[in-house]
Design a protein around this ligand. Structure first.
Ligand code: ADP
Length: 399
């Protein structure tokens, strides 16, 4: 069946059309600067046509959806001849709170539930809902599924998700670890088991999703038992511009020093920190950091070293949490493409019996095992595909 996958942000909307029987990507595109001025890019992948970008007014998400639907049905380069050929729509939803532990068919009650979780993801859930509402208006009889970034992590035991703060904060406000990138962690851990020809229910897997946003998860017997992101995606690894772990007292300390507020400091921790902040503002992009390091930048070297060190610490912690590890997976922009970062991380892990195959570590594209035959742990580079995962879940509920 053809599934339209929608990933709606506050001012952008990414989309793909996927044939779930053959698992082929038919078309993809992006609406940007929604509510500002607007542009849509669209690519008919099935026919290998060039991407085309058109500047056009996009005052709101409903207009964006209308543009997407006319792009995919256009006579000249559409991928379906009418909207009847779109059997279902899958929506990425960032926060599902404790209520949504798996993908669900969207109805009024689910929409209410997503709205109730907006408190926990004020930037994302309202944008996701706008996309859902816009699709409902334009294609009211097409079934829609919500796939949550947090759902895969809902299997964590309470000892992993609870904070050592007064219990009432959990009871009153549901403050706890939720975790994000769940669709990717689920997809990659399942792909690892399949690639190795092993049953996931007998594997201990650590997935390192290293992109602009980064997180690690421990997947034991197919279930997530711990993950590094938290109530929000700020905790855990050092990211492109997010700080990851730090002492919460730092927030008040900086605010007092600079006469600013807690939210000003949090904004800095979200947008000006991570490898960008640590490198002295060189870049959040690892390609720029390696270049700067080669040119002698000490702060770029520090940012790269600190990034890998933090990942290695989490791998150590999760190997302890699972009493061992069979497979380590690297995925997302940095994890899939940056062999130097992978080599740096693995250089800390000799004690686990890991041996990297330097030649295999240079390959790119398909799933690759970058550990030597003698290595006691398999190390896999696995391209993530969150859209395909959303399309699969959507087809499973609508088929
Ligand atoms: P997002 O979290 O936005 O989905 P991605 O997973 O696409 O991010 O990762 C984007 C990041 O991946 C870039 O900021 C860059 O640091 C890194 N990256 C992409 N390509 C390469 C490459 N060839 N070498 C090193 N790093 C790369």
């Amino acid at each position: 069946m053809n599934v339209l996958v929608i990933n709606c942000g506050s001012s952008s909307l990414k989309f793909q059309v996927i044939d779930t029987e053959s698992e082929t990507l038919l078309a993809k595109g992006l609406c940007e600067r929604i509510g500002i001025d607007g542009s849509i890019s669209y690519e008919n992948v099935a026919r290998g046509l060039d991407k085309k970008t058109t500047a056009t007014a996009i005052p709101n998400h409903k207009v964006a959806i209308e543009l997407v639907l006319s792009a995919i049905t256009a006579a000249e380069d559409g991928v379906v001849s009418s909207l009847d050929e779109i059997a279902a729509i899958g929506h990425r939803v960032v926060h599902g709170g404790e209520r949504f532990t798996k993908p669900v068919l969207i109805d009024d009650d689910v929409i209410k539930g997503i709205a109730e979780c907006a408190d926990l993801a004020p930037l994302h859930n309202p944008a996701n809902l706008t996309g859902i509402e816009a699709c409902r208006e334009v294609m009211p009889s097409t079934p829609m599924v919500a796939v949550f970034d947090t759902a895969f992590h809902q299997t964590m035991p309470s000892k992993a998700y609870m904070y050592a703060i007064p219990l009432k904060y959990y009871e009153d406000y549901k403050i706890r670890r939720y975790g994000f990138h769940g669709t990717s962690h689920a997809f990659v851990s399942a792909a690892a088991a399949e690639y190795l020809g092993r049953d996931i229910s007998s594997l201990k897997i650590i997935v390192c999703h290293l992109g602009n946003g980064s997180s690690v998860s421990a997947v034991k017997n197919g279930k997530c038992v711990d993950t590094s992101m938290d109530l929000t995606p700020l905790e855990g690894l050092i990211m492109g511009t997010r700080s990851g772990d730090l002492d919460p007292a730092i927030v008040e300390y900086i605010a007092n020093k600079e006469g600013s507020s807690a939210s000003d400091v949090l904004n800095i921790l979200q947008k000006k920190s991570g490898v960008f902040g640590l490198s002295g503002g060189i870049s959040s992009d690892f390609r720029d950091l390696w270049k700067a390091k080669e040119e002698g930048s000490d702060s770029a070297r520090l940012a790269l070293e600190a990034f890998s060190y933090r990942v290695a610490k989490y791998i150590g912690a999760y190997a302890a949490a699972m009493n061992g590890v069979d497979v380590i997976c690297f995925t997302a922009g940095v994890g899939e493409n940056d062999g130097n970062v992978r080599a740096d991380i693995l250089s800390y892990l000799g004690y686990l019996g890991i041996e990297m195959d330097a030649e295999a570590n240079k390959k790119r594209g398909a799933i690759t095992d970058i550990a030597t035959e003698n290595s006691k742990v398999r190390v896999l580079v696995i391209p993530t595909n969150e859209e395909l995962a959303i399309a699969r879940e959507t087809a499973a509920l609508c088929g």
